[in-house]
Design a protein around this ligand. Structure first.
Ligand SMILES: [Zn+2]
Length: 306
């Protein structure tokens, strides 16, 4: 069984101004490193279709979807919030990002690939059911999780979020939802200042700035893995943000590529034991272009056992 890779040239068309860290070059940096490392040619490349608005509405309110669509500018920019900006391509690109995550679910559920990495933008995990924020328009992983339940009858989805920022959008979509177990760590106190509310299905671990990989690994072993084994997920979805890397200036944590590889291997063990190996991993943050590309290579190598 192989590892799938989903990306699309459209992901280069959404841009939010010349100094915005969530930039098209992030996708190019990932592609460059995958090719340079020799990993790219071992992956099964899959297309990223457009999601339908009905699919967005598995998670988002119809009012939110039409609000975003109607704000799409014919030229220039529209600011959804202080750092979430639309250009004329953005709406369609956001549909494709969600569509990539959905295509990832289809590919693993149909057994075309064992697991899949989706190099998408805009990211999704800050987008709440009724609000875009934090570079995110629609919550790609939440939509993928709901799609897997609706289309394939999956009853238990684990969503793992290792971005340096808390995935408030995903939490809002599934708060106290027994069909989903969400495991995350995040820098705290830090944007978006959420993740501290108790819910039966949230394993949130706030961590101080400067936390390094050894501490994160013990958190994974002591907090995530027992909860995941108890939950027995049928599908594992990853919000794969790489901004907890020590070279990333948008966070102040101290992970390195080996930590992402280690975490991915542990998640792969869970997926093999309970979910027939099925993992759909979607890019979230990661803003130092070199560290991002290297970290994705480490993550994908672990997914692919190479
Ligand atoms: Zn982030």
């Amino acid at each position: 069984m192989t590892t799938g890779y989903i990306t699309h040239p459209d992901f280069l068309k959404h841009e939010m101004g010349s100094h915005h860290p969530e930039c098209p070059e992030r996708i190019q940096a990932i592609n460059d490193q995958l090719i340079r490392s020799g990993v790219d040619r071992l992956l099964h490349h899959l297309d990223a279709p457009l999601a339908t608005e009905d699919q967005l509405e598995l998670v988002h309110s119809p009012d939110h979807v039409s609000f975003v669509r109607e704000r799409s500018p014919e030229s220039g920019y529209f600011m959804l919030d202080g750092d979430t900006i639309m250009n004329p391509h953005t709406y369609r690109v956001a549909l494709r990002a969600a569509g990539a995550a959905i295509a990832g679910v289809d590919a693993v559920m149909k057994g075309e690939v064992e697991n899949v990495f989706c190099a998408v933008r805009p990211p999704g995990h800050h987008a709440e059911p009724t609000r875009s924020m934090g570079f995110c328009l629609f919550d790609n992983v939440a939509i993928a999780a709901r799609y897997a339940m609706e289309t394939y009858g999956i009853e238990r989805v684990a969503i793992i979020d290792f971005d340096v920022h808390h995935g408030n959008g995903t939490e809002a979509a599934f708060f106290n939802d027994s069909n989903v177990l969400m495991c995350s760590f995040f820098q705290h106190p830090f944007y978006p200042y959420s993740g501290l509310d108790h819910a039966s299905n949230m394993v949130n671990v706030p961590l101080p700035a400067s936390t390094r990989g050894d501490v994160v690994r013990s958190i994974v072993e002591e907090r995530w893995l027992p909860a995941l084994r108890n939950f027995e997920p049928e599908l594992v979805i990853i919000s794969a943000g790489f901004d907890a890397h020590r070279e990333d200036d948008l966070g102040q944590m101290g992970l390195v590529e080996d930590d992402y590889a280690w975490i991915t291997k542990r998640l792969k063990e869970i997926a093999i034991d309970y979910a027939q190996g099925r993992i759909v991993s979607c890019l979230e943050g990661g803003y130092n272009l070199s560290a991002l590309g290297r970290s994705v290579v480490a993550h994908v190598k672990a997914l692919a056992d190479i």
